[in-house]
Design a protein around this ligand. Structure first.
Ligand SMILES: Cc1cc2nc3c(=O)[nH]c(=O)nc-3n(C[C@H](O)[C@H](O)[C@H](O)COP(=O)(O)OP(=O)(O)OC[C@H]3O[C@@H](n4cnc5c(N)ncnc54)[C@H](O)[C@@H]3O)c2cc1C
Length: 349
């Protein structure tokens, strides 16, 4: 029989915003349990662009996406949040006493005072190439994300896509691959104009190829992967021998189970207020890419702000009689104690 984990807050999603939610709750002395369906923390940063630099995190002129996640993990360490990876939250139900039953597909059960949904784009799935027989080579020869760029060095590459990810990786790998062909279904690209210009310059210099077309079938040498056949926009098929195929067609916004918890939605996002970032169900809050409100911008720093205000909203929900104070980490002995700094802080600071 599985035991029910008692907690003040369950946070659904351990992307950057879910991680920072632990911190903001921790400063207020509130304990949390983090649950994510992925096998590791970091959400999109870790899953989609771990090696890319981020330039718009306040006070960090440049920070790698995985580095940001590592720093957040370090920052929340003092608060000792429970972490449960590889567990998809399938059910959140409010009880009559105002608390919540939270369950995962694998059978974890929580009894929580409040819930924060930091589910990003949900259980996100990359859009696939849709070519018969290609799935068998996914993860070995066919990739929808780059976890380690070095794995593609010295290889004959075919990259599909017309957005920023396809262009960025084309530019990044052009000099490191044995050969590189970029395939896009039309001559116009959605990516940044500067990247398009750089890519065209590489094509003009003969350092990479560009093919206008779409994937048609997998090329095999016996059972071994040998490349991909592309149907050109003129209808003519072309074989592209390759060691690795990368495709960047974006993500399916797949909310998954979150859509079934009876919360008000707008365009597949959870509607929240901008005072507490509470959803249509009191006690359930939502921060980061998963929420929407007038003026919403899906940026990490927006999610950080939302997490700070949600923490105060959660405190008020859990402890309505408690007076709220704004305290500074620089000067609050209570917060410094929570941060594990009490012994190090100089008296009177
Ligand atoms: C290529 C790229 C570059 C980017 N560059 C920048 C940038 O420079 N600056 C910037 O500010 N933003 C950038 N972003 C956007 C940024 O990554 C997102 O705004 C950010 O990741 C949102 O964080 P989040 O915590 O809300 O959600 P996510 O990072 O999406 O994490 C959500 C987590 O919730 C989990 N989850 C979902 N549903 C469930 C469930 N039912 N049960 C358990 N777990 C669940 C998911 O597995 C996921 O790990 C970029 C995005 C991409 C794709």
């Amino acid at each position: 029989m599985s035991t029910v984990i008692q907690t003040e807050v369950v946070i659904v999603g351990a992307g950057p915003c879910g991680l920072f939610q632990v911190f903001e709750l921790g400063l207020l002395g509130i304990k949390a349990q983090l649950v994510d369906s992925l096998a590791h923390p970091g959400g999109q940063c870790t899953e989609l662009y771990p090696e890319k630099p981020i330039y718009d995190i306040p006070a960090l002129p440049v920070c790698g996406a995985q580095e940001l996640v590592d720093r957040l993990l370090q920052q929340i360490r003092p608060f000792g949040a429970g972490m449960h990876f590889g567990h998809e939250v399938t059910g959140v139900a409010k009880r009559e006493d105002g608390r919540f039953d939270v369950v995962t597909a694998g059978g974890l059960q929580f009894d929580a005072g409040a819930v924060v949904i930091a589910g990003g784009v949900g259980s996100f799935q990359p859009k696939k190439l849709g070519v018969e027989g290609l799935d068998a080579f996914e993860g070995s020869h066919v990739f929808y994300r780059v976890q380690s760029a070095a794995a593609f060095h010295g290889q004959r590459l075919v990259i599909f896509g017309g957005g920023d990810s396809a262009l960025d990786w084309t530019l990044d790998l052009a000099d490191k691959a044995a050969s590189l062909t970029l395939v896009h279904r039309r001559p116009e690209f959605r990516g940044a104009p500067a990247s398009v210009e750089k890519m065209k310059a590489l094509v003009a210099a003969g350092r990479i190829r560009f093919v206008e077309g779409t994937a048609e079938s997998v090329l095999k040498n016996g059972e071994a992967f040998a490349g991909i056949r592309v149907k050109g926009s003129d209808g003519v098929a072309q074989d592209l021998p390759a060691d690795r195929v990368l495709a960047f067609f974006g993500l399916h916004p797949k909310l998954g189970p979150i859509a079934e918890w009876g919360l008000a939605l707008e365009k597949k996002a959870l509607l929240v207020d901008t005072e507490k970032f509470q959803t249509s169900v009191p006690g359930i809050f939502a921060v980061g890419d998963i929420n929407t409100y007038p003026g919403k911008k899906k940026l990490i720093l927006s999610g950080f702000h939302e997490a700070a205000l949600a923490a105060f909203g959660i405190q008020a929900y859990l402890y309505p009689a408690k007076r709220q104070f704004l305290q500074y980490t620089t000067t609050s002995p209570v917060m410094q104690k929570r941060l594990g700094l009490a012994d190090e802080a100089a008296p009177g600071t």
